[in-house]
Write a protein that binds this ligand. Structure first.
Ligand SMILES: Cc1cc2nc3c(=O)[nH]c(=O)nc-3n(C[C@H](O)[C@H](O)[C@H](O)COP(=O)(O)OP(=O)(O)OC[C@H]3O[C@@H](n4cnc5c(N)ncnc54)[C@H](O)[C@@H]3O)c2cc1C
Length: 470
């Protein structure tokens, strides 16, 4: 049986084999996780907004989906109460919830212009990454790096410094060479390295707290086709070799499969080989089978480890070739909540060892732990600000209790000088960020200048930035 990257990152081993190929109903598979918590009823005439995992939700006064800049300007100028821009709602943190107005740029998603010589493209900021990949291919361009999934909007992705993996590849925000921003008074400001350079440094990663990003200019590259190779390796050897692997592959990452002592490694390199045929989608099956392994063998963790290890030993690995925008990002149908911290590169090994030990004290965890590499950039609030990084991410099923992320895992990340992913769970506040980001005060000053009354803040962002004028 071949283990696909999709199956692995959805949380599984692609492990039909775990149960001898037995087909089980979703009902039976879900028995081990608690039911979704009940939410308060929605008053008539209102709509509930919730994020992808269901952890964050709100009943806003209005959800606006303007068709153009004029309509957006009208929304910004006339909305009473707070305004929160939204992309695809794929952040785990409470960046979006508000009782005021949620603004989606889903209709501002078209190509504005492109330069075939310099391989740049300016696009409406609401474009989703999957559509952008296809759009750029038609222009003879490709993004340099892509995250695990491609459902995000471009503005949403850059606003939290969304990243893929590759030691010489920056986050998506690092590819931005110009922005158009609508501020709290409805003014439209262009910024890049030459025009409003401070605003440009701040706005590239700005959590929707400076204004609404309406257009983005990207520095792309020529179309990229990649070959994927996957393999299993004992975690100790994967950790020892991770530096080398990260140099051998343009994109390298690995997943530690909990309770097995084994890492699943994934490398992608540029290739001119012909495309391979795509395999049927097996990712949900992988996550659900791992969950069953947890549920059925929870009474005997030693047996669970044995079964897991035995199965991994017999796995074949996967090779695939295709356009990067199709291969690097995949689907994640099994919902989860996640915490990810970005660390100095040399902290990867000692930090991951501690995280594994802490996670393995919890037999209910079946999602693998993910490790990736990201290059430094210079956006003021980028977690990669002037620091080449490695990241570690932990996941729990969306209805599982993930409180130990905060009590046990986050202190480990923090002890290694970690900076949290803006879109993933963390408990940090203004004072913590001040110590982590050299340009923090410059950002907050600029934010207060452009939005003195805090129209773009919600309670989560007030906690992050302190008072509106701090
Ligand atoms: C299944 C899954 C897989 C993921 N994989 C990765 C990964 O591989 N790498 C990674 O780094 N992250 C990953 N993430 C996290 C995700 O990429 C980020 O949280 C990203 O910000 C979500 O984009 P979005 O379009 O859904 O934005 P939202 O979550 O809707 O919004 C994110 C932020 O952007 C702001 N925003 C949105 N639109 C605008 C705008 N037009 N102007 C100004 N601000 C705006 C919002 O106000 C908010 O602060 C993943 C998340 C999920 C659920």
């Amino acid at each position: 049986m071949i283990v696909t990257r999709r199956a692995m990152i959805a949380g599984g081993l692609g492990a039909t084999a775990l149960l001898g190929g037995t087909a089980l109903t979703r009902h039976a598979l879900s028995a081990g996780d608690p039911p979704e918590p009940a939410l308060p009823p929605v008053p008539p005439g209102k709509i509930r907004w919730s994020n992808w995992s269901g952890l964050q939700s709100c009943i806003p006064n209005a959800i606006a989906v303007p068709a153009d800049l004029n309509e957006l300007q009208h929304v910004v100028r006339s909305a009473s109460g707070p305004i929160r821009p939204v992309g695809a709602g794929h952040s785990f943190t409470a960046l979006v919830p508000t009782s005021g107005t949620i603004v989606s740029l889903d209709r501002l998603n078209a190509l504005v212009s492109h330069d075939p010589h310099n391989l740049t493209a300016t696009v409406g900021a609401g474009v989703r990454l999957f559509a952008l990949g296809e759009m750029l291919e038609r222009l003879g361009q490709s993004m340099n790096a892509l995250p695990d999934i491609n459902k995000q909007s471009l503005a949403g992705a850059i606003s939290t410094a969304t990243h893929g993996t590759g030691r010489s590849l920056g986050s998506l925000a690092s590819a931005v060479t110009g922005l158009q921003l609508m501020t709290a008074d409805g003014k439209v400001i262009e910024c890049d390295a030459a025009e409003n350079p401070e605003l440009f440094a701040a706005a590239r990663v700005s959590l929707g707290a400076l204004g609404i990003v309406t257009q983005v200019r990207l520095q792309n590259r020529a179309p990229l086709r990649v070959k994927r190779q996957t393999w299993f390796e004992p975690i100790a050897s994967a950790l020892a070799a991770s530096e080398t692997h990260s140099r051998d592959f343009r994109h390298f990452e690995f997943y530690y499969v909990t309770s097995t002592g084994t890492a699943y490694c994934i490398g992608h390199n540029e290739t001119s080989e012909p495309d391979t045929q795509r395999k049927p989608n097996a990712e949900n099956e992988g996550a659900e089978q791992l969950m069953m392994l947890r549920d059925w063998l929870a009474w005997a963790p030693w047996l669970r480890r044995m079964v897991g290890k035995g199965l991994i030993a017999n796995q074949e690995t996967e090779t695939a070739v295709g356009p990067a925008w199709r291969l690097l990002s995949t689907d994640r149908p099994k919902r989860f909540n996640e915490m990810e911290y970005h660390l100095p590169r040399d902290a990867l090994r000692p930090c991951l060892e501690k995280v594994i030990a802490a996670v393995e004290r919890h037999d209910e965890v079946y999602f693998p732990i993910e490790a990736r590499f990201i290059d430094a950039d210079d956006a003021w609030l980028s977690p990669f600000y002037k620091r080449a990084s490695a990241s570690i991410a932990v996941h729990m099923g969306h209805t599982q209790n993930h409180s130990f992320f905060f009590s046990e895992i986050e202190p480990i990340f923090r002890s290694f000088d970690g900076r949290p992913h803006w879109g993933k769970l963390h408990s940090l506040k203004a004072r913590d960020f001040q110590a982590l980001y050299p340009q923090w005060r410059d950002f907050t000053a600029l934010r207060a200048e452009h939005d003195a009354s805090g129209r773009f803040l919600n309670s989560h962002l007030t906690g992050i930035f302190g008072t509106a004028n701090s």
